[in-house]
Design a protein around this ligand. Structure first.
Ligand SMILES: NC(=O)c1ccc[n+]([C@@H]2O[C@H](COP(=O)([O-])OP(=O)(O)OC[C@H]3O[C@@H](n4cnc5c(N)ncnc54)[C@H](O)[C@@H]3O)[C@@H](O)[C@H]2O)c1
Ligand SMILES: [Zn+2]
Length: 368
C-alpha cells in the first residue's frame, strides 16, 4: 500500500481487548517512521524512549526524545531497575501527559511496560520490539512486569500498548542465538494452529536463519495473528491462553534446573518435543508429531533432546512448581497433531499427566 509522507501504513492486524484496541504494524523500514507513529498514537505527549544499553548502541531511533537505558540482560528485569527508570523519568519532570516508547527485546518491553503501567497510575506505551522473541510473543498481549528472587514475572500488571511497531530489518544486528530462540516460538505457534504455516517454515528455514527481512516479515504476518487470536479469546489468561504454554512446562523446568544457563528458546525446543512424546504415549497426540517437531527444530539449529547432565527427578521436581498445575497434578498444554491443540478438540486446555508418563517421555527423548 503506497502512503504519502507522514501517512501511516495500515496495521497488519488489530488486537481487541477489554479497554479498546491496539494496532500492530509489521513492515521493513517502519522504524524510520517512528516520529509518525508517535504523532498518531501518542499525540501531544512528552516522549521518553526506554532501551537496554546494547539495543541503544545497535538500534538508532530517529526520534527527538531522551533515551533512558539500563544494563542489557534478564538480571536487570527487577524492581530496582523499575524504580531507577521511574525515578529518572519523574526527576526529569515527566508528568501525566508523557508516554513511553519501549525499543528493545522482551526484557525492555516488560520493564518499560511496567514503568508505563505504574507511572502516574498508567501512561501510554508504544512497543517497538527488536528481538524475534519479543515480536512473536512479549510485545503483544499486554503483560508487563519484573522478576523477583522467588521467581520470574511474579510482580507485574496488564497494560495494553497504544500500538506495536515491528520492523524485521532491526533483526540484522541480533545475535544468531537470539534469532534461533525466537524461531522456537514460531514453531510453537505453527504447531498450535496452522499445519500449512508449519510446512512453510520447513521450506523457508534457511532464509529465516539468515534473518532475511522479507521472509521474516512473512513469518510475522503469519505467526503474530496466532498469538493475538489466542490472547483476544482470553485476555487475562483464565482458559484458552494456556495453549500458548505448549512445550513450556518442560521448558520452564529445564531453565530452572540449569539455573537459566539453558536459554528460553532452546528450552522451548526441547520442551515441545518432550511434551509431544508424552502426548503420543497418552494417545492424545497423533503419532509422528514429536518427530515432525524435532525435524523442523533441527533445521533451525535448535536442540530437541534432554541433555544427559539433567536428571529426570530434578526436572520433575521443577515441573511440580508449574503454575498450570491443579489438584497436585502436573498439567501440560498438549497438541492433538501439528496444527491443532488437544484443548481445541476436548475443551480442556491443559491435561493432567501422570509423573511416570513424564519420566518415560524424558527417558524417551534423551540425548544419546
Ligand atoms: N510479556 C510477555 O508476554 C512475555 C512473553 C514472552 C517473554 N517475555 C519476556 O521476554 C524476556 C526475553 O526477551 P528477549 O529474548 O527479547 O530478551 P532481551 O530483551 O534480553 O534481548 C536479548 C538480547 O538481545 C539484545 N538485542 C535486542 N535487540 C537487538 C538487536 N536488534 N540487535 C542487537 N542486539 C539486540 C539485547 O540487548 C539482549 O542482550 C524475558 O524476560 C521474558 O520473561 C515476556
Ligand atoms: Zn516462550
Amino acid at each position: 500500500v503506497a502512503t504519502g509522507p507522514g501517512e501511516l501504513p495500515p496495521p497488519a492486524l488489530t488486537v481487541r481487548h477489554a479497554g479498546g484496541s491496539c494496532p500492530v504494524y509489521i513492515g521493513r523500514g517502519l522504524l524510520a517512521r517512528l516520529p509518525d507513529f508517535a504523532r498518531v498514537h501518542l499525540a501531544g505527549r512528552r516522549l521518553a524512549i526506554i532501551s537496554d544499553d546494547r539495543v541503544a548502541r545497535a538500534v538508532p531511533v530517529p526520534l527527538d526524545a531522551p533515551r533512558f537505558t539500563f544494563p542489557a540482560g534478564e538480571a536487570s528485569k527487577t524492581r530496582a531497575t523499575w524504580a531507577a527508570l521511574t525515578d529518572d523519568l519523574l526527576g526529569q519532570g515527566f508528568g501525566r501527559d508523557s508516554a513511553i516508547i519501549a525499543v528493545g527485546g522482551g526484557v525492555t518491553g516488560d520493564l518499560a511496560g511496567f514503568v508505563a503501567a505504574t507511572c502516574h497510575r498508567g501512561i501510554p506505551v508504544l512497543q517497538v520490539p527488536t528481538t524475534l522473541l519479543a515480536m512473536l510473543d512479549a510485545a503483544v498481549g499486554g503483560k508487563t512486569g519484573v522478576d523477583t528472587p522467588a521467581g520470574k514475572n511474579l510482580v507485574g500488571a496488564f497494560h495494553q500498548p497504544a500500538g506495536v511497531v515491528m520492523d524485521p530489518a532491526v533483526l540484522a544486528t541480533l545475535p544468531a542465538e537470539q534469532l534461533r530462540g525466537g524461531l522456537a516460538e514460531a514453531v510453537k505457534h505453527a504447531a498450535l494452529a496452522d499445519a500449512g504455516h508449519f510446512r512453510w517454515l520447513q521450506e523457508h528455514a534457511a532464509l529465516l536463519l539468515a534473518a532475511d527481512s522479507e521472509t521474516v516479515e512473512a513469518l510475522l504476518r503469519h505467526s503474530v495473528p496466532i498469538k493475538v487470536g489466542v490472547v483476544e479469546a482470553d485476555e487475562t489468561e483464565s482458559g484458552p491462553r494456556a495453549i500458548l504454554n505448549a512445550g513450556h512446562t518442560v521448558a520452564h523446568a529445564l531453565e530452572r534446573v540449569t539455573q537459566y544457563r539453558l536459554p528460553h528458546g532452546p528450552a522451548v525446543a526441547i520442551g515441545l518435543v518432550t511434551e509431544a512424546v508424552a502426548g503420543e504415549r497418552l494417545h492424545l497426540t497423533a503419532p509422528g508429531t514429536a518427530t515432525a517437531l524435532s525435524d523442523l527444530l533441527r533445521l533451525f539449529e535448535l536442540p530437541t533432546r534432554v541433555p544427559p547432565a539433567i536428571e529426570a527427578d530434578a526436572l520433575l521436581e521443577a515441573m511440580r512448581a508449574d503454575k498450570k498445575n491443579r489438584a497436585g497434578a502436573i498439567h501440560l498444554a498438549l497438541l492433538s497433531r501439528i496444527g491443532e491443540t488437544h484443548g481445541q478438540r476436548s475443551g480442556e486446555w491443559t491435561t493432567p499427566v501422570e509423573e511416570n508418563v513424564l519420566l518415560e517421555a524424558i527417558a524417551g527423548n534423551r540425548e544419546a
